[in-house]
Design a protein around this ligand. Structure first.
Ligand SMILES: Nc1nc2c(c(=O)[nH]1)N[C@H]1C(S)=C(S)[C@@H](COP(=O)(O)O)O[C@H]1N2
Ligand SMILES: [Mo]
Length: 253
C-alpha cells in the first residue's frame, strides 16, 4: 500500500512537471528508468521527486533571433540508396513511418498524415559530442500522439528508432526509454526553420529528443519499434555510436 501511494505521489509530480502529459501512463510505470526512481522512492526522500522532475524538465527554448545562420549537418548527409533517392525524387510522398513491435495497434504514417496532425514548434540548441552546437527551429508531431494511437503494451520498455542510412555497412539506429519518448519536446520533426527538412538534416523525418546529445537525434526515420530490451538489436548497446564507439546510451544534457 505504501508503495502504491508513493507511486501515485510520484506520478502526480511527473504529471505536473510535464504539463499533465504523463498522467495515467501505464507504459511509463514499466520503464526501467522509472522503476529505478520508484525503487529509490521506497526510501521516501524528496530527492526522488526532484530526480524525476529533472528528467521531465523542458530543454531551454530560444527565439528566432538566436537561430544559427546555418544549421550544419553531421554524420550521413544523404542516405543515397535506391529507395531513398526514388522517394526523394517524389518529394517523399510515398514515405511511411512504421510504429510496430510491442504495441496493440501497429501504425504506418505517411509523410502527409504526419504533417496534418497536431504539431509542436520549438527552438532548441543541438549539442554534438564532436564539439559544436547549433540553434534551430524544429516542427513536428509530438511522439506521444503517435504512441497513444499505437497503444504501447505493458512489456514495452524502450523505443528503437530505425533509419534509412548505413555507415560502414551498419544501419544507423538509436533508442530511448519511455521517459524521453513521452517528453513534451520529443517530436518527429519534418521542418527545420520553417522549411521542409533538408536532406542533409534528415529528410523527410527525424527525431528531436531535446534533453539528449546530438547522436540520439536519429535522422531519416523509417520505423519506431517498441521493445522490452535492447538485446539483439545491433550490438545491443542501444545505438549506432553506442555500438561502434562506446558512446553513452543515456546522453542527457
Ligand atoms: N540516421 C542518422 N542519424 C543521425 C546521424 C547519422 O549519421 N545518421 N548522426 C547523428 C549525429 S552525431 C548528429 S550530431 C546529428 C546531426 O544532425 P544534423 O545533420 O541535422 O546536424 O544527427 C545524428 N543523427
Ligand atoms: Mo554528433
Amino acid at each position: 500500500m505504501t508503495k502504491l501511494l508513493t507511486r501515485r505521489t510520484i506520478l502526480g509530480g511527473a504529471a505536473l512537471g510535464a504539463g499533465g502529459l504523463l498522467s495515467g501512463c501505464d507504459a511509463l510505470n514499466r520503464s526501467p528508468a522509472f522503476q529505478n526512481l520508484l525503487a529509490t522512492a521506497e526510501t521516501g526522500n524528496f530527492h526522488v521527486q526532484r530526480a524525476l522532475g529533472d528528467r521531465m524538465e523542458l530543454a531551454s527554448e530560444y527565439t528566432i533571433a538566436d537561430l544559427s545562420p546555418t544549421f550544419r549537418a553531421n554524420g550521413t548527409r544523404n542516405p543515397d540508396t535506391q529507395n531513398y533517392n526514388a522517394s526523394a525524387a517524389n518529394g517523399f510522398s510515398d514515405w511511411q513511418l512504421r510504429l510496430f513491435g510491442l504495441v496493440n495497434k501497429p501504425q504506418s504514417f505517411s509523410f502527409a498524415a504526419l504533417q496534418s496532425m497536431p504539431q509542436r514548434t520549438q527552438i532548441t540548441r543541438h549539442d554534438c559530442v564532436e564539439g559544436w552546437s547549433a540553434i534551430g527551429q524544429w516542427t513536428g508531431v509530438p511522439l506521444k500522439l503517435l504512441l497513444d494511437l499505437a497503444q504501447l503494451r505493458d512489456t514495452a520498455n524502450f523505443l528503437i528508432f530505425h533509419c534509412a542510412d548505413s555507415l560502414g555497412g551498419r544501419p544507423y539506429y538509436e533508442s530511448t526509454d519511455l521517459l524521453d519518448a513521452f517528453h513534451p519536446q520529443t517530436i518527429i520533426a519534418h521542418r527545420l526553420n520553417g522549411e521542409l527538412l533538408p536532406i542533409e538534416n534528415g529528410a523527410p523525418l527525424r527525431l528531436r529528443v531535446e534533453r539528449q546529445l546530438g547522436y540520439k537525434h536519429a535522422k531519416y526515420l523509417t520505423g519506431i519499434e517498441a521493445v522490452a530490451s535492447l538485446d539483439g538489436i545491433g550490438e545491443g548497446k542501444g545505438g549506432y555510436w553506442e555500438d561502434v564507439a562506446n558512446y553513452e546510451w543515456y546522453a542527457g544534457i
